[in-house]
Each structure stands twice: as structure tokens, then as C-alpha cells.
Design a protein around this ligand. Structure first.
Ligand code: NAD
Length: 244
């Protein structure tokens, strides 16, 4: 059987990095997308190769329609197929609505939601021809329950859920599954910036009383990307220690 080819966006650190390693461990060829952290992305590629896997790094800002196209086209040109797309790239620009600027709203929507659309749009053509594919979008529990100071982020992540469900229906008869994973609070650079007081408040709402690990998200992503998840589509799987 030929090796599956997976694209992971925003894979130079955090959850994306854990997903890249996990998919490589499962035997996939991994396209490690980064926006600016070339060195970190290359280190991930080197580690995968040292462990006997195959990987290559690709620079692209997924919020840019043409760059997303170039990313998907380059991976296809290098490895002849794109079997798995993980839309992981994401940003936050937290601010109460009263103070939130139009730019803060647009930036978050453009990376998180439009970036996900861009990559799906370009990969779909390839997957339709292959009559197979796995698309996994990283949403967030915040898209389900909302959060003070995160109207832009919550809207983008709720949008990802709507996009996931619609795409799953459009592609269901074509051998392509589309699912979302909604992490709760996970250790990463995104949550490291929160102060201790906010972290304590977050723990109050997590039945397991701990922050999750990136590998706990990547395990679920790897399952959804595998042949074993062949009858699952249009779902949102929460990885949140029981929070929602
Ligand atoms: P992170 O900030 O460590 O990683 C995000 C990655 O996305 C970075 O590598 C960044 O360079 C990349 N990125 C940002 N904009 C990009 C763009 N325009 N093009 C390409 N890459 C871009 O954060 P993380 O915690 O690892 O988050 C990964 C995903 O998981 C995000 O979508 C985030 O919203 C989601 N998530 C995280 C948590 C959490 O608690 N950490 C919870 C729920 C959802």
C-alpha cells in the first residue's frame, strides 16, 4: 500500500507539531506547513526523517487564498497525492467587544475560518479525483460555548463547525470524511500567555481538573485520519477533560 500524504497547517509548534509527529508515527508522509517559523518547521521535518519517516516543510500563510493553493499544489507535486488535510493553523486576538477593532475581528476570522476554507477548497479537487480523503478541522470548545473577550475567536471556531458539517454532507458519497476536533484548554504557546489567576479559573470548569496535552488532541486526530474512522463524518469530537 502506498503511504498516505498528510498536510498539517500551522505545524511548527503546539498542537500542530504533535499532530505532525503522530501522523508520521502512523506511517504517513507529512507536509509541515509554517507561516514564519522556518527553523522550527525544519527541525520537525528532521526529527521525522531521523525516525525513519518522510516529511517536508512548506511556507504558506493559509489566510491567503493563493498561498493555500500553492501549498496544496506543491505537496501534490512532491508526493503525488494529498490524502489527509489537518486545518490546525489558528490565532487569537482577545479583546472585549467594546474595544475590539475591526482588524482584530478580521484577522482572526481570516486565519481560523477563511484559512480553513482556503485549504479545503484547494484540496477538495484532488480528493474528489482520488475518491478518498480525510479532512479534520481544529475547532475549539469556545466555538460551542463562547467566552468573554473571544467573540472573534468563538465566531471563527463556530464557523469551522458549520463548515465541517456542510462539507461532510457535500462530500459524503465521495469517500471523503470531514470532521472537527474541539480541544478544551491544552498546554501550548497559546495558553502559556494566560496568567495563573485565569488558569485557576479555567480549572474550576474542567471536571478532570487539569489542562490537556497536545498529544491528547493528536491521538484523536490520528484516529479520525485513519481507515478505522471510515464511517464517521460531520462530527465534532471534544477533547476537553469533560468541560463541555
Ligand atoms: P499555537 O499558537 O502554538 O499554534 C498555532 C500555529 O498556527 C502556529 O504554529 C502559528 O505559526 C500557526 N499559524 C498562525 N497563523 C497562521 C497562518 N496564517 N498560516 C499558517 N500558519 C499559521 O497554538 P495551538 O494551541 O497549538 O493551537 C493549534 C490549534 O488548536 C489552533 O487552531 C487553536 O485555535 C486550536 N485550539 C487550541 C487550544 C489550546 O488550548 N491550546 C484550544 C482549542 C483550540
Amino acid at each position: 500500500m502506498s503511504q498516505k500524504v498528510a498536510v498539517v497547517t500551522g505545524a511548527s509548534r503546539g498542537i500542530g507539531k504533535a499532530i505532525a509527529y503522530k501522523l508520521a508515527e502512523k506511517g504517513m508522509i507529512v507536509a509541515v506547513n509554517y507561516r514564519s517559523s522556518e527553523k522550527e518547521a525544519q527541525e520537525i521535518v528532521n526529527t521525522i526523517i531521523q525516525n525513519g519517516g518522510k516529511a517536508k516543510s512548506y511556507k504558506a500563510d493559509v489566510s491567503n487564498y493563493d498561498e493555500a493553493n500553492e501549498l496544496i499544489a506543491s505537496v501534490k507535486a512532491d508526493f503525488s497525492s494529498v490524502d489527509v488535510l489537518i486545518n490546525n493553523a489558528g490565532i487569537t486576538k482577545d479583546m472585549l467587544m467594546l474595544k475590539m477593532t475591526e482588524k482584530e475581528f478580521d484577522d482572526v476570522i481570516n486565519v481560523n475560518l477563511k484559512g480553513t476554507f482556503n485549504c479545503i477548497k484547494h484540496v477538495t479537487r484532488i480528493m474528489l479525483k482520488q475518491k478518498s480523503g480525510r479532512i479534520i478541522n481544529i475547532s475549539s470548545v469556545i466555538g460551542e460555548i463562547g467566552n468573554i473577550g473571544q467573540a472573534n475567536y468563538a465566531a471563527s471556531k463556530a464557523g469551522i463547525i458549520g463548515l465541517t458539517k456542510s462539507m461532510s454532507k457535500e462530500l459524503a458519497t465521495r469517500g471523503i470524511t470531514v470532521n472537527a476536533v474541539a480541544p478544551g484548554f491544552i498546554e501550548s504557546d497559546m495558553t502559556d500567555i494566560l496568567n495563573e489567576k485565569i488558569k485557576e479559573q479555567i480549572l474550576v470548569n474542567i471536571p478532570m481538573k487539569r489542562i490537556g496535552k497536545a498529544t491528547e488532541v493528536s491521538n484523536v486526530v490520528a484516529f479520525l485520519a485513519s481507515d478505522e474512522a471510515s464511517y464517521i463524518t460531520g462530527q465534532v469530537i471534544n477533547v476537553d477533560g469533560g468541560m463541555v
